[in-house]
Ligand binder design. Structure first.
Ligand code: 0A1
Ligand code: ZN
Length: 879
């Protein structure tokens, strides 16, 4: 048990830095048994700081201090204090140079923060507070310095030496060593520093910017990955062009580099001019990556590139402002993906993630505002709330202002704050100043946690021809926040007549020529809207395109949902109506015996979808997918996972049996030979085909088994091969499942990204993902505790996606997860803390489950020397 209480950091205690760093000169001597880091800082007192005479305090973590020199004079150890996490130098002049030498051990760094080794190469991860694991430094984003970095290493083992900016010098040294010096002309915070040294192949391309500058584009990967770079490179060029066209943002350095590393805690990192990626988020080929992975790579490459403006040129003042860069950048990458593919499908995917996982976070013990007010460990705040809800907040500003004003606001923001470290409030202010709109109440979205709930009622006055909507909003209590104020909510609405035609929304009796869609603005606790000139009670289409991240309650009749599924001109709401109908049907079966009738109109609507070739096929593919077990859990009060699973399975089996011939026809229609393409139509076809195959195998169809085997063996792309594998794994055909899994591993065992898919297909499957098999996978030759992707693909998939196995009523799933978390806490606390999430939701489950989940949390709490990462999540969960 940890006896000391880690410190909480508060936004209200923010103070400007007492010292500023103008320039930092770094020299890295890289060896196999460690690295020596020489750092020379040019420092001056911050004229804006009130704290005159304050000692210089530099942050450090796991460093061995070798020497300190002030203005060239080596200091006696009595002239400074080495507190481990701080280096304090009491007597410093107004301006000075401080030279610090530290010794670090990248080869033993399993936390993957700071400088570490991955597959034999050196690489860094400095966001949020990793730079302090490299050298003593004011490691906070509002200290922005110019970096000059010299890297020295063995030339044959590490021929490639990279850092931020431009290479300015290179040469050979004694003993087979060499060096390269890099200079970054843009002042930056330490979290954007990066270094890479390795034996990597270089892939080159170029991009000509809108002003005619030629940019050198380079990707660095291990030689075995050299054929997996083209898609990322192409995505990068498309993102660069898009950012010029849509946001007027041009790239600013002469070189832009991307490096792929296998061991990485997150997806990727936007270090200035030198983005570092988790291999699984950048490397792809037709044979090894699914369509979903291609789309993820496109989005992440764009995301990291867009950060060059939204994050790097304009950065965050402190880590409470994290959503300033993340919310805005996710919004930008979502717009890019929408423009490159199917906008409706992109919106459906984003809303699904938000409603399934962010709403759950917002209703759980770790709920926090988009701009949090306090934290213990900032690593725990790279959350769905900061990223995804943060995106929604920016999207709502876009919805309220319109595209043109939003662009004016973004131009003003970049112009006003270029080179500065600012706050979310500065962002909102720029939007206000450019548009003339008052966003005072809107700012509550940054301050109040919790998902607002809208209760919608309607009535129709047939005599007057008036339709009335009454909308009441409440914002639920969250830890530390009660009695919240109403928020400013853009609510997009349409009304349909009984033919499915869009009605004009006359909001004043005399109005003519009214639009058929409006964005209503809800600001009070209760609002009433009236629509005139109607002959019959319309069917409302509420919160179109998911115009705000809120829960909407309206007493939908199944009739209305079926009607919207086939008539709503808003694609998102068509899909949403289908989801609501399926949820209603599944929920009505929970706790009832297997004789209860399943809504026959659900089958007919799915039949209609399967045979609908006039609708966007990408939308059809989404509409066919039943709501996930995770979402059904999120929607319930006291979740009983086996009952939810059973009810959903009943619906799935019923649909698959009733639609057997339609599914087979759908499979055949979409199983066309031809060149592999990544167009949204081709992606939709593969998706439809694989959904049909999965359903058919689920009901044990022999004809489909033959098709799946054929597809598994002969597919020319990973989407189809994995689609067939997944269908086989989730089927009752035991022998074919085993054969396919063995053959797949045999074929792809040398490709870590594919082996990760192989792990997660098994771990997430109700058929194979039982605990003994999960333990078996942990002992597999390809499993590696030190590699976060492997941990995620086995343990993450089991606890996060395989709900019936994880929530085994005997509690074994929870005990297992607690054991894994304790083990990982010693080597990689960031990854360990993320794995606590499924347990942290214990209050959401029926008592037999929640009591055992709580026990598992308590067992983690009692571990010796718990990291502050895990401490924070576990303690807040148990509070
Ligand atoms: N800023 C990166 C994500 C990132 C965050 C933290 C990391 O280490 C703790 C690593 C990467 C992004 O938004 O892509
Ligand atoms: Zn980001």
């Amino acid at each position: 048990m940890r006896t000391d209480q880690p410190q909480t950091i508060y936004l209200s205690e923010y103070k400007v830095p007492a010292y500023l760093v103008e320039q930092i000169e770094l020299r890295f001597e890289l060896f196999e048994d460690g690295a020596r880091v020489h750092s020379t800082l040019t420092v001056r007192r911050n004229p804006e700081s009130q704290e005159t005479g304050k000692p210089l305090e530099l942050d450090g973590d796991s460093l061995k201090l070798e020497s300190v020199a002030l203005n060239g004079e080596t200091l006696e150890s009595t002239a400074y204090e080495d507190r481990g996490d701080k280096l304090v130098v009491p007597d410093v002049p107004e301006q000075f140079q401080l030279a610090v030498v530290t010794w670090i051990e990248p080869q033993n760094n399993t936390r993957l923060e700071g400088l570490y080794k991955s597959s034999g190469m050196f690489c860094t991860q400095c966001e949020a507070e990793g730079f302090r694991c490299i050298t003593y430094y004011p490691d906070r984003p509002d200290v922005m310095a110019r970096f000059r970095t010299r890297i020295e290493a063995d030339k044959s083992a590490y021929p490639v030496l990279l850092s931020n900016g431009n290479p300015v010098e290179q040469g050979d040294l004694d003993n087979g060593r060499h060096f390269v010096t890099w200079e970054d002309p843009f002042p930056k915070p330490s979290y954007l520093f990066a270094l890479v040294a390795g034996d990597l192949v270089e892939k080159r391309d170029s991009f000509t910017t809108c002003s005619g500058r030629d940019i050198d584009l380079r990707m660095y990967v291990e030689p075995r990955n050299s054929e997996k770079c083209d898609f990322a490179m192409d995505s990068l060029k498309r993102a660069m062009r898009w950012d010029e066209e849509v946001y007027g943002r041009e790239y600013d350095l002469d070189i832009f580099m991307i490096v792929a590393v296998d061991d990485f805690n997150m997806g990727a990192m936007e270090n200035k001019g030198l983005n570092i990626f988790n291999s699984s988020c950048v490397l792809a080929s037709q044979e090894t990556a699914t369509d979903a992975i291609f789309q993820r790579i496109e989005a992440i490459v764009a995301h990291e590139y867009f950060h060059n403006w939204s994050g790097n040129r304009v950065t965050c003042r402190d880590w409470f402002q994290l959503s300033l860069k993340e919310g805005f950048t996710v919004f930008r990458d979502a717009q890019f993906s929408a423009d490159e593919g199917s906008p409706t499908v992109k919106r459906i995917e984003d809303a699904t993630l938000l409603r399934t996982a962010q709403f759950a976070e917002d209703a759980g013990p770790m709920a926090h505002p988009v701009r949090p007010a306090s934290y213990i460990e900032i690593g725990n705040f790279y959350t769905l709330t900061i990223y995804e809800k943060g995106e929604e907040v920016v999207r709502m500003i876009h919805n309220l202002l319109g595209s043109e004003m939003f662009r004016k606001g973004s131009d003003l923001y970049f112009e006003r704050h270029d080179g500065q470290a600012v706050t979310t409030d500065d962002f909102v202010k720029a939007m206000e100043d450019a548009s003339g709109r008052d966003l005072t109440q809107f700012r509550l979205w940054y301050e109040q946690a919790g998902t607002p709930v809208l209760n919608v009622e309607d009535d129709f006055d047939a005599e007057q021809g008036v339709y009335r909507l009454t909308i009441r909003q409440t914002v639920p209590d969250t830890p530390g926040q009660t009695n919240k104020k109403p928020q400013h909510i853009p609510f997009a609405l349409g009304l349909l007549d009984s033919n499915g035609d869009a009605l004009p929304l006359n909001m004043d009796a005399a109005e003519t020529d009214a639009p058929t869609e409006r964005v209503l603005e809800i600001t009070g606790a209760e609002h009433r809207f009236e629509f005139y000139g109607l002959d019959e009670k319309p069917v409302p289409s509420l919160l179109r395109d998911f115009s705000a991240p809120v829960r909407v309650h309206y007493p939908w009749a199944r009739e209305q949902l079926l009607f919207l599924m086939s008539h709503d001109p808003d694609g998102f709401n068509r899909w949403d109506a289908g989801q609501r109908l399926a949820i209603d049907v599944i929920q009505s079966l929970i706790g009832h015996d297997d004789e209860t009738e399943i809504e026959p109109r659900l089958v007919e609507s799915y039949r209609g979808l399967l045979n609908n070739d006039s609708l966007d096929q990408a939308l059809v593919a989404k509409m066919l997918q039943l709501p996930s077990e995770n979402y059904l859990v999120e929607l319930s009060e006291q979740a009983d996972v086996p009952s939810i699973h059973h009810a959903r399975e009943r619906v799935l089996l019923h649909l698959a049996n009733a639609l057997r011939d339609d599914l087979l026809a759908c499979y055949q229609r979409n199983n066309q030979a031809g060149e592999y393409e990544l167009t949204s139509d081709a992606i939709a076809r593969r998706s439809l085909k694989n959904i049909a195959l999965g359903w058919l195998l689920h009901i044990g169809d022999e004809e489909a088994l033959a098709l799946a085997t054929e597809q598994f063996q002969n597919a020319d792309n990973m989407t189809d091969r994995l689609g067939a594998l997944r269908a086989l794994v989730n089927s009752g055909f035991d022998q074919e499942r085993t054969e396919a899994l063995d053959a797949f591993y045999e074929q792809f065992q040398h490709d870590p990204q594919v082996v990760e898919m192989w792990f997660s297909v098994q771990s997430a499957s109700h058929k194979t993902g039982q605990l003994p098999h999960i333990r078996h996978l942990l002992g597999h030759e390809a499993f590696d505790w030190k590699n976060p992707n492997k941990v995620r693909s086995v343990v993450g998939a089991f606890a996060g996606q395989n709900l019936p196995a994880f929530h085994n009523p005997d509690g074994s799933g929870y005990e297992f997860l607690a054991e894994v978390i304790c083990r990982l806490d010693d080597s990689n606390p960031q990854i360990a803390a993320r794995l606590v999430t499924p347990l942290s939701r214990w209050k959401k489950f029926a008592p037999t489950y929640s009591e055992q989940m709580k026990k598992a949390l308590e067992s983690i709490r009692d571990k010796e020397a718990l990291s502050k990462d895990v401490y924070e999540v576990v303690h807040k969960s148990l509070a």
